[in-house]
Design a protein around this ligand. Structure first.
Ligand code: NAP
Length: 399
């Protein structure tokens, strides 16, 4: 049987749009997938048509694809099945609404929105229009994540009592109190919903939630009580944030940290000298996740009473397509194709949301981040916090 093919439209032409689009173009058989496939039929830039053309050329899109100089034109393209929204998170609410209002299914980059109320409106709109909507937290669809969730549900390490997770970078300028980012950069610019929490902390929370929330029984999932502390950079964005998620009924605690001042892995990604980025501690042992939390490639299982050095270490490399050129000239494949496969299967099966990251869970995570920002007294400008959809908003670019 031929695979179910999905026709994608790409909204924005920045860093992650490029990475994701290249993954869409990897041959699914290189990751042993034969039931779904992907085609890019359109891309749009808010700046110009030529920028969209350049993007399609850069990713070496093999087929015919339309290049648009506005997001409005993209959402009106009847050939597009689903739109991948890859704009800064400040823009997600207005951009995803633009897509949904035009009747398009949506895969929207993380953080889903700026606040929980916006997320609820996206969900209500998708629900009322019968459209698919998913927050693009790619890590959840890694075989590594799926395997770890299975181990937890099977009770491999007993009852989980604590999860600690960190995703932080050392972005200090040498001999200065400044960060390496220009103040206008989306990482620290309040107009673009900057700060460690929404950009990196979402991954620390992803590990807390995919273990302590998603692994709870469906229909009985308990929201955490949230406590937090934040330090701010001079732009007003958070630069050092700690979150405690207390699941009181389940008697478990998640501690998620994120920041731009100290690195999770000071000596480089996947360094053997660095400890785990996430520890999942149960009554019978623990699972450690190694590597950056957005793209971990290894985990370890360490049981109580095991002799020193008796560690089950499982490597989970990302498959590559030898016919697509990567950064190093070798085959390309970053690991974003698994979330695209999930979206394709949901579309094929008529599902409106992903079971591995339901609408409810995305909203609970946004509520958690709202609580954290409240504790840290961080508020973004009204233009990006608003819950009023406006097709003509400057965030939707030119009409
Ligand atoms: N999943 C992941 O691993 C991952 C990694 C990095 C980022 N992200 C997420 O993806 C989103 C985009 O991040 P990115 O790193 O790709 O950012 P980026 O490189 O700055 O690209 C963002 C793109 O959005 C469009 N855009 C529209 N209005 C903009 C504005 N006012 N300022 C800047 N860009 C604007 C631009 O494309 P056009 O002008 O062509 O429209 C721009 O190229 C963020 O929400 C981020 O959290 C996810």
């Amino acid at each position: 049987m031929s695979p179910y093919n999905v026709k994608w439209g790409i909204m924005a032409t920045g860093g992650i749009a490029t990475t994701f689009a290249k993954d869409l173009l990897c041959d699914p058989s290189t990751r042993s997938v034969s039931d779904v496939s992907h085609t890019i039929v359109a891309a749009a830039s808010s700046s110009s048509k030529s920028r969209a053309e350049e993007f399609l050329k850069d990713i070496k899109n093999p087929g015919e694809a339309k290049a648009y100089g506005s997001y409005h034109e993209l959402v009106a393209d009847s050939n597009v099945d689903i739109i991948y929204v890859a704009t800064p998170h400040s823009h997600h609410f207005q951009n995803a609404m633009l897509c949904l209002e035009a009747g398009k299914n949506v895969l929207c980059e993380k953080a889903f929105t700026v606040n929980a109320e916006q997320a609820k409106i996206l969900v209500d709109t998708a629900k009322s229009k019968g459209l698919f909507l998913m927050e693009a937290v790619w890590t959840r669809y890694f075989p590594l994540s799926i395997k770890i969730r299975e181990l937890i549900k099977d009770g491999k390490i007993g009852t989980v009592k604590r999860v600690t997770s960190d995703l932080s970078f050392n972005s200090n300028k040498p001999d200065s109190d400044a960060l390496t980012f220009d103040d206008s950069h989306r990482m620290i610019n309040m107009d673009l919903a900057g700060g460690a929490l929404l950009d990196l902390g979402i991954y620390s929370l992803t590990w807390v939630f995919q273990i302590l929330y998603l692994c709870q029984k469906v229909g009985e999932r308990e929201k955490p009580k949230v406590m937090a502390a934040m330090d701010k950079y001079h732009t007003g964005a958070d630069e050092n944030t700690a979150i405690i998620c207390h699941f009181q009924k389940g008697r478990t605690i998640g501690v998620a940290t994120t920041g731009l001042r100290t690195a999770t892995q000071p000596d480089g990604e996947n360094s053997p000298a660095t400890g785990p980025a996430c520890r999942i501690q149960g009554t019978k042992g623990e699972i450690q996740v190694i590597g950056p939390l957005y793209r971990p490639l290894e985990y370890r299982v360490i049981m109580n009473g095991g002799k020193e050095g008796v560690v089950e270490s499982v490597k989970c490399p990302i498959p590559t397509d030898p016919n697509r050129e990567g950064k190093d000239g070798k085959g390309w494949g970053h690991g974003m194709f698994w979330e695209a496969d999930e979206a394709a299967r949901c579309l094929r099966d008529g599902k409106k949301q992903s079971e591995s990251l339901t609408w409810e869970e995305s909203i609970v995570i946004m509520e958690t981040m709202d609580e954290v920002r409240k504790a840290g007294d961080i508020k973004y400008p009204e233009l990006i916090e608003t819950t009023v959809y406006d097709a003509k908003s400057s965030l939707n670019g030119k009409n």
